[in-house]
Ligand binder design. Structure first.
Ligand code: AGP
Length: 367
C-alpha cells in the first residue's frame, strides 16, 4: 500500500502531527479509558515474580527504554538494567532465566537488538517485543508482542514511534506497579486517566509550531548545541541532541544537567545555545542553578518548561517555550514534541534532506 505526505512538506512533519491520534490508538490497546483501568494483557511472566527487567534497543528506541527505567523503578520498584543493544549483546552481563527482557524497536529488524533478543532467549529469559511492525522478526521471536500502533513511519528520524513506545512502556510500568503492589487500585485509575490525557496535551503542543519555528531559525546559525535535563528529561535531552544531529547535521550533545560542571561547562560561551528541558517538578530548582551557571558564562538558554517553571526560572533566557502543565507520567511524551519540532524546523532552515538524511538508513539490519 501507499503512504503519502498528505499536504505536509515532509513525512517527518506529517508523522509529528499524527502523534495525538496514534498515541491515542496505542494507549487504547492497553488501557480502558472509560473504566479508568488497565486492559487485561496476557504476559508470559509475572511482574510480581521477577527481580529485574532487562531492556535493550538502539538509538531513539533505546532512549524510550531509558525513560521507562525511571518509570519501572519509580512506579513498580522494579530494577531495570538497560543498555544499547550493541553493548548489551557483548558485555557478558549475568542474566537470570527467572527475569524478563524487553526489546524496543520500530522496525523489529535492527541487527543488534535482534541479536540481544536471541542472546536473552538462549539464557532462558521471557521475551517481550515493543515493536511497530507486527510481522517483524523480533515480533515473531518474542513470547509476547507489545505493539505500538503508530502506523508506518517513513521519516528516518523516529518521532511517532518514539512517543508510542513511551505510551506502551508507561502503561506497562503502571501494570508492573499494580502487580507488585506498589500502585493501589485508586492510583491505577488516576494514572490511567492521566495517560488518557496525553493526546489532548500533544495537540496543544503542536500549536506552538510558530514559536518553535522562530527558535529553530536562530538555532540554525550555530555549530553546536547542548541539551540538558534531569530525571526523564535527561534521556529526552539525549533524544533532542540525536534528532538535531541526525537531520540538521548540527553537532549536539545531551547531558544530565547535574553533569554540567563535570565537563561540558567548559564549552559554554555566547556561541553555545543550551536547550534546557525542565518542567516544574521536584528537582526543578536544581536545574535553575544549572541555568544560572550557563547564564553567568554567556550561554544562550532556550528553556522548555510549563507555566509554573516559567514563573520560577530566575534566569534570563533567549526564549522560553511554555507547555501545558501536565501530569508527571505523561511529561516525557508531551515534552518529546517540542524537541522533535525544533530539530525538524532547524533542518528545514538548513535545507537538508529531512526524511532521508545522509549516511542513515531507516532500519539498520547489519551490525
Ligand atoms: C532515530 O531517529 C534513528 N533513526 C535511530 O536511532 C533508530 O531509532 C534506531 O536505528 C533504532 O531503530 P528501530 O527502532 O527500528 O530498532
Amino acid at each position: 500500500f501507499m503512504v503519502d505526505k498528505g499536504n505536509r512538506r515532509h513525512f517527518m512533519e506529517k508523522e509529528i502531527h499524527e502523534q495525538p491520534e496514534v498515541i491515542s490508538h496505542t494507549l487504547a490497546h492497553y488501557v480502558d479509558f472509560v473504566g479508568g483501568v488497565l486492559k487485561p494483557l496476557d504476559l508470559p511472566f509475572d511482574f510480581a515474580k521477577i527481580d529485574r527487567l532487562a531492556i535493550s534497543a538502539c538509538g531513539t528506541a533505546y532512549l524510550a527504554g531509558l525513560i521507562s527505567k525511571y518509570w519501572f523503578e519509580r512506579y513498580a520498584r522494579l530494577p531495570v538494567d538497560i543498555d544499547v543493544a550493541s553493548e548489551f549483546r557483548y558485555r557478558e552481563m549475568p542474566l537470570s532465566k527467572n527475569d524478563a527482557a524487553f526489546f524496543i524497536s520500530q522496525s523489529g529488524e535492527t541487527a543488534d537488538t535482534l541479536a540481544s533478543l536471541r542472546y536473552c532467549r538462549k539464557a532462558g529469559m521471557k521475551i517481550g517485543a515493543v515493536v511497530n511492525v507486527r510481522e517483524s522478526t523480533m515480533a515473531r521471536e518474542s513470547d509476547v508482542i507489545l505493539p505500538t500502533l503508530a502506523g508506518p513511519e517513513i521519516g528516518v528520524a523516529s518521532t511517532k514511534a518514539f512517543t508510542c513506545q513511551l505510551s506502551v512502556l508507561a502503561s506497562l510500568a503502571v501494570r508492573a506497579g499494580v502487580a507488585r503492589g506498589t500502585i493501589s487500585r485508586e492510583q491505577e485509575t488516576t494514572l490511567v486517566r492521566q495517560l488518557s490525557e496525553a493526546p489532548r496535551y500533544a495537540n496543544q503542543v503542536l500549536k506552538l509550531d510558530g514559536q518553535i519555528e522562530k527558535v529553530a531559525r536562530d538555532l540554525s546559525h550555530y555549530k553546536n548545541v547542548l541539551y540538558l535535563g534531569r530525571d526523564t528529561n535527561f534521556p529526552l535531552a539525549m533524544e533532542g541532541a540525536l534528532k538535531l544531529k541526525e537531520i540538521s547535521y548540527i553537532h549536539a550533545e545531551g547531558y544530565a544537567a547535574g553533569e554540567l560542571k563535570h565537563g561540558p561547562i567548559a564549552l559554554i560561551d555566547e556561541n553555545m545555545p543550551v536547550i534546557v528541558i525542565a518542567p516544574h517538578d521536584r528537582i526543578f530548582e536544581k536545574t535553575v542553578s544549572n541555568m544560572q551557571e550557563v547564564a553567568a558564562r554567556g550561554g544562550k538558554i532556550i528553556l522548555i518548561t510549563d507555566s509554573r517553571g516559567a514563573a520560577h526560572a530566575t534566569v534570563k533566557t533567549m526564549e522560553t517555550i511554555v507547555l501545558p502543565d501536565v501530569p508527571e507520567i505523561i511529561s516525557p511524551i508531551i515534552y518529546a514534541l517540542p524537541i522533535q519540532m525544533l530539530a525538524y524546523f532547524t533542518a528545514v532552515f538548513m535545507g537538508t534532506d529531512v526524511d532521508q538524511p545522509r549516511n542513515l538508513a531507516k532500519s539498520v539490519t547489519v551490525e
